[in-house]
Design a protein around this ligand. Sequence first.
Ligand code: AMP
Ligand code: GLY
Length: 419
Amino acid sequence: MNSVLVIGGGGREHAILVALSKSPKVDKLYCLPGNAGIAEIAECAPVSATDFDGIISFIEAHDDIKMTVVAPDDPLALGLVDLLESKGYRAFGPRKNAAIIEASKAFSKSLMKKYGIPTAAYEEFVDVDKAKEYAKKCAYPLVVKADGLALGKGVIICQNEAEAMTALEEMMVGKKFKDAGNKVIIEEFMVGKEVSVLSFTDGKTIVPMVSSQDHKRAHDNDEGLNTGGMGTFSPSKAYTEEHAKETMEKIILPTMRAMNAEGRTFKGVLYFGLMITENGVKVVEYNARFGDPETQVVLPRLKTDLYEIFDAIIDERLSDVKIEWDDEAAVCVIVASGGYPESYKKGVPITIGKLDDGIVLYHAGTAFKDGKLVTSGGRVIGVTAKGKDIDDARRKAYANVDKISFEGAFYRRDIGIKK
Ligand code: AMP
Ligand code: GLY
C-alpha cells in the first residue's frame, strides 16, 4: 500500500488532500489532526501538528505510510521534516534551516539585501529605544513587523509616529507576540498591488504556480482586522506575463540560488508574497509552505498529479515533471465564525444545503460533536467555484455560500472584485 500522511487540519490541508486523492498512485490518505471535511477522504486522528512524538508514533503504527507532507508553518519551523528524515521517512517540505525564510523576517530581509532581491528598505532592532528613535525619523505610513511567526498577525501598518510607538512598545516590551517580537523589523511602506505566487522547488528547479490574490482584512472594502485570509481568487488580475518574467529573473530564481549559496537548500513549496510597485515587483514576504486560502484556488486548477510532483521534489528530479494548469479561473469565499479574528464561539451546529455542480467545499474549522457537524475555528469552510473567468467563478461561488449556515456565520461579499 502506498499511503500519504498530511500534517495539518485546515482548508489548505483539505485542498492538498483532495488533490492527492485524485492520484492513481495513492492508495490511502491520513491526516493529523484533520477536520470533519477531511475525514471524508482521509483517516484522521487527534494529534496536533506540533506533537512530534504523537506524529512519529502514528507513522510507526502505520507502515503503509510512504510519504508525509508537512503543510503548516510551525512544524516546518520546528524541524519536523528533519526529524522525519532522521528516522528514515520520506517527507515533503523544507528542512528547518530553509523554513527560516518564513520563520525569521530578519533572516529573509538580510537574505534579500545580501543577494540584491528587490524588497522594501528596512532596519532591524532588538532595543526598543533605538527602534523608537529610528521610527521617529521615518516617513509614514511605516511598517513594523515582529521577526518571528505570529499567526500572520505580527505586521502593523502605522499611519503616524504615535501608532509606531504603540506598536513597538506592544511587541518589544508588552510581548504581544511573545518571543516573536524580541526582534523587530521596521520597513518602508510599499504602494502597489499585492499578488501571491507559490512555487514548487527541489532546490535545482523552481516552477511557479498560477498566481492568486488573498483578501486579508475581515470585512468588505478591506476594512476590519487582518485575518488569516477571507477569500482568494486565481489568477491575479494585476500580474501580467511581463511581471511574471521579471519576477522569475529578479526574485524567484535568485531566491532559490541564494538559499543554495547559504547552504539552506529549499525543497518544498516556496510562497512569494509580492507587491507590484511603480518601481517593479518587490517581495513583501516569503512563506515556506502553501498559502491558506491561496491553495484553495490554486490546486483546483492543477492538472498534473500532485503526488508525482511531491515525489519528484523529494528525489530532486522536479525537472522531469511537466506541470500543467487549466485555463479556468477560481474563487474561494471563506465563511467565518462571528467575531473572528477576535473571539468567537465554537461547537455551533452547521447545516449545508444542496450545492450546485462543481462547487467544492474546503473545510477549515469544522468538527463532529455527537455525530453532528459543528464549528471548531474562526475560518469554518471555504466555498470554491471555477468558471471561465473570475466574474463567472465569483457568481458561482456566491450562489452557494448561503447554503453554509450556522449561527453567527459571516463572509465578505467582495471576494474577486479587486483589480
Ligand atoms: P506579511 O505577514 O509580511 O505578509 O504582511 C501582512 C500584510 O501586510 C501583507 O500582506 C501586506 O498587505 C502588508 N504589508 C507588509 N509589509 C508591507 C510593506 N512593506 N508595505 C506595504 N504593505 C505591507
Ligand atoms: N494567505 C496567506 C498565508 O497563507 O500566509
